[in-house]
Design a protein around this ligand. Structure first.
Ligand code: HAM
Length: 415
């Protein structure tokens, strides 16, 4: 007997109610983001490996161990399944000369991404993100607006226990100085730190703030903070972002230890978490990446964006519709001779904009009516040898109608 396959570890099928929930999320995201001037973009599932190595950063976990990379035999080039969307969107921005458009260029996406992570609840190897990128402006108002949009989306979904943490990483120059200061501090306390933190002092000392072990946490509580070392213009930029969020009534906590897993961030960084999630509490996050465009071969161009995990948002969402969208018309027929007429009626109803289905499983008339009920149909047209009976499933009323007028009867006047 041949083997029965299962989806690979860390991946999943989307079906039934889960598919309905995702469609709902997509519709909300489109409404929230397009109302704010964002336009949809989709980029390829794989890109040149170098784009992520340079864009996301060689020292990140994502690039070091989580990328699905493969070589193309013919040209020997190395490709990688996208682990995130910001570098690809910036690549597309440059490739299509979007810098000619008025800034900021506002783009949104809903796509799947790939990271070779250890699968657990809320953490998958193929997962979906809704994300936005606003490219070409360094105005703090763009930062605040983008944060508010994610807050709005989470609210529209009814996500539970949401909190916003906010920080600023300053410019690369400030960060470099701070990094040196932090490295010196970490080296001075090396014997109290976890071995993996010590191993990262050279490559990524900031990640020490992420460590969970007691010793490291104690040391880090006294560590110098980047937020206290910001240059004046960065400090002002951050203060304005905070003011605008206050103005909009958006609650947040300033977290001087907020570090993100990707290297491209400058200035504003933020993360939305949910108390309703387990260990993987990050629902969505992002920040500014004013140096990324240069890193991938473009002119200096500021940008900011975020991405939120679709699975994690849905895990905490409360406004997700449970059932399939209702069927307007279910076409049932009493005998096989009427199948063609039933088929035509259902097709005509769909052409007229109605959600219409018909019996395709070879059921008896009784079975068909049960099926119509299960599908939550508003109307059932029952084709018999004598004509058509139309049943209103909400009221139970049934009357004989002319075949040609069925669609007219079920069409609700537009509001
Ligand atoms: P990120 O923080 O790596 O940022 O991912 C954003 C969100 O994607 C996370 O908060 C989480 O909800 C979801 N996510 C990440 N990895 C997984 C996984 N393995 N399984 C399930 N969900 C996951 C970025 O990707 C940046 N590109 C965001 C950004 C856009 N920054 C600026 N612009």
């Amino acid at each position: 007997m041949s083997r029965r396959w299962q989806a690979p570890r860390g991946t999943f099928d989307v079906l039934g109610e889960e598919a309905v929930a995702r469609a709902h999320l997509e519709a909300l995201a489109r409404r929230v983001l397009e109302s704010a001037g964002y336009r949809r973009i989709e980029t390829p599932v794989f890109e040149h490996t170098e784009l992520f190595a340079r864009g996301v950063g060689e020292s990140t976990d994502v690039v070091q161990k989580e990328m699905y990379t493969f070589a193309e035999e013919a040209d020997g080039a190395s490709y990688t399944l996208r682990p995130e969307g910001t570098a690809p969107v910036c690549r597309a921005y440059l490739e299509h000369g979007m810098f000619k458009q008025p800034a900021p260029v506002k783009l949104w996406y809903l796509s799947s991404f790939f990271r070779r992570e250890r699968p657990q609840k809320g953490r998958y190897r193929q997962f979906w993100q809704v994300g936005i990128e606003a490219i070409g402006s360094d105005e703090p108002a763009v930062d605040a607006e983008s944060i508010l949009l994610l807050a709005e989306l989470l609210e529209a979904l009814g996500c539970r226990g949401v909190r916003l943490r906010l920080g600023s990483l300053g410019t690369p120059a400030t960060r470099q100085l701070y990094r040196t200061e932090l490295q010196a501090y970490l080296r001075a306390h090396a014997d109290e730190l976890a071995a993996e933190v010590v191993a990262r002092i050279d490559l990524n000392p900031l990640r020490a703030f992420d460590a969970g072990d007691r010793g490291t946490r104690r040391v880090m509580s006294g560590a110098p903070r980047l937020l206290d070392r910001l240059a004046d213009d960065d400090r002002e930029h951050f203060a304005t972002v905070c003011e605008l969020l206050d103005e909009a009534g958006q609650a947040y906590t300033v977290d001087p230890t907020l570090v993100r897993g990707l290297d491209y961030y400058t200035r504003t960084v933020f993360e939305f978490t949910s108390d309703a999630l387990g260990a993987q509490s990050g629902v969505g996050g992002g920040g500014r990446y004013d140096g990324l465009m240069e890193e991938i071969g473009g002119p200096p161009t500021p940008g900011i964006g975020w991405a939120a995990g679709v699975e994690r948002m849905l895990m905490t969402a409360t406004t997700v519709p449970a059932a399939e969208p209702p069927t307007d018309l279910f076409v049932a027929y009493a005998s096989p001779a009427l199948r063609a007429a039933a088929f035509r009626l259902a097709a005509d109803a769909r052409r007229a904009g109605q959600a219409a289905t018909l019996e395709l499983g070879g059921r008896s008339l009784k079975g068909q009516l049960r099926q119509a009920d299960r599908a939550g149909a508003r109307y059932v047209a029952i084709l018999g040898d004598e004509g058509v009976a139309l049943r209103d499933m909400e009221t139970g009323d049934q009357r004989d109608v002319d075949m040609a007028t069925v669609i007219h009867h079920i069409t609700r006047p537009a509001l």
